[in-house]
Design a binder for this molecule. Structure first.
Ligand code: GKR
Ligand code: MG
Length: 424
């Protein structure tokens, strides 16, 4: 089997005004959709970042893949490395909250984007679900958590109608958001994206959630926006209700000091995002739970490797998320179903997706009791809806956004906004 065509389509989909430590989501989120086709008529799909710096590298790598055997993952890795080595030095990202914008991860990002599509094609060729190609399923259903955000009712500059979620800035509004999300999808744990309001207000929100959902595991993620002192104070207040405490402080050193001071299990998708940081963490123990993300950890097989390492070093494992569509969700679900160590329900932004903005045939995927249930369809188990892809590509061309920048977007509301962390 040989790769005959490699198509990249940048798309933009509507994204609600979700608040975070760096600022606020823009009216559109960007992704790149990858479609491979082989000389045997098999396809392979992938979904990754759509920001211009990543897209440019993907566009350089894509033609180098034509004629390749899709089983040659080492060949893919070599080519991804060459493309990054030969590229002009990457500029520092304007927006650094999400590890996906970090140019130091470019090889992993490029490799992962196509690795998923290569694996999808391999599995379709062999007529098996991707999870079975990855070694077989250790679970049929992959649990996800409700991912709550503080949010405004409307974007300052969206050319489309307000979303139905409304504003969420108070404990009552946040509880209402959680009720909708939990009753709609059956999630059995809740994560609050924090680092937005004053910490005491966020503590009040978490307490309101604990009162409304007794027994449901709760997490809070201020994305490194709290000083060590604040994180210790809040940790002592919330210790009893937290399943884990996610990235309260910005550095590994502070996370280690926080763990020492509170004994709380700390999770991260910010201070352990590659193997060098993983090694550093084993000596200082700044994080006890790694939130993996195949998009920047180097793909599905490297996620499996990370899971083995977490097992070896006695760490927990779960998954991080950014705004995404169904191809990414299925890639997450297939690899999560293949690793024995999946200690907690994974994060996903998927419930924030407007159903009309999905690119896969058949529309938005459904959660069953908060989980994605893997079927027996070959590969990732999803296909592209060509008309949705064309519409979302047109939206990309029209929207003018070329790289995510939540801080710049926030300056439209608050001109003096810096997005500097830690703010509290
Ligand atoms: O989408 O606003 C967001 C999140 O804050 C995202 O950018 C983070 O990368 O979800 C992520 C996290 O868990 O840190
Ligand atoms: Mg996080």
């Amino acid at each position: 089997m040989k790769l005959q065509s490699v198509r990249l389509t940048p798309i933009a989909f509507k994204d609600p005004p979700l608040l975070n430590a760096a600022g606020i989501h823009e009216p559109y989120a960007l992704r790149t959709i990858i479609e491979l086709e082989s000389d045997t008529g098999h396809i392979g799909l992938g979904e990754t970042y759509g920001d211009a710096p990543v897209l440019q590298l993907l566009q350089v790598l894509a033609p180098l893949l034509r004629g390749m055997d899709p089983f040659d993952l080492n060949g893919l890795r070599r080519r991804a490395q060459q493309v990054v080595d030969q590229a002009a030095p990457a500029a520092a990202p304007a927006f650094a909250l999400a590890p996906g914008t970090d140019p130091a991860k470019n090889v992993q990002k490029l490799y992962s984007a196509f690795e998923v599509a290569f694996l999808d094609m391999q599995a379709r060729y062999l007529g098996m679900p991707l999870v079975d190609l990855l070694g077989g399923r250790v679970r049929e259903a992959v649990p996800f958590s409700a991912y709550l955000f503080f949010k405004y009712a409307r974007h300052i500059d969206a050319p489309y109608a307000d979303d139905a979620w409304g504003e969420a800035l108070t404990p009552a509004q946040l509880v209402a958001q959680a009720e909708t999300m939990v009753s709609r999808h059956g999630f059995q744990s809740i994560k609050l994206k924090a680092g937005v309001l004053a910490p005491d207000q966020e503590v009040a929100c978490l307490r309101a959630l604990a009162d409304r959902f007794p027994g449901l595991p709760l997490r809070i993620d201020p994305n490194g926006n709290w000083s060590l002192e604040t994180a210790i104070r809040v940790g002592k207040q919330l210790g009893g209700v937290l399943q884990y405490y996610e990235d309260p402080c910005p550095s590994l050193k502070e996370m280690a000091a926080l763990h020492q001071a509170t004994g709380l299990p700390l999770a991260t998708n910010m201070v352990v995002t590659d193997l060098a940081q993983f090694r550093a963490n084993t000596t200082v123990q700044g994080s006890q739970i790694i939130l993996s993300d195949h998009h920047y950890w180097g793909g599905l097989r490297d996620t499996q490797l990370l899971a083995r390492l977490c097992e070896t070093f006695g760490l927990g494992l779960s998954m991080h998320s950014n705004s995404h569509l169904g191809i990414s969700l299925m890639a997450m679900a297939h690899v999560a179903a293949s690793v024995p160590l999946l200690s907690y329900a994974c994060d996903t932004h998927y419930p924030w997706l407007d159903p009309a903005e999905e690119v896969i045939a058949g529309g938005q995927l459904a959660f069953h009791d908060g989980a994605i249930v893997l079927g027996d369809a070959p590969g990732l188990g999803v296909d592209i809806d060509p008309s949705a892809l064309a519409r979302l590509h047109q939206q990309y061309l029209d929207c003018g956004i070329r790289a995510r920048n939540d801080a710049a977007q926030m300056r439209k509301y608050q001109p003096s906004w810096s997005g500097q962390a830690p703010r509290f």
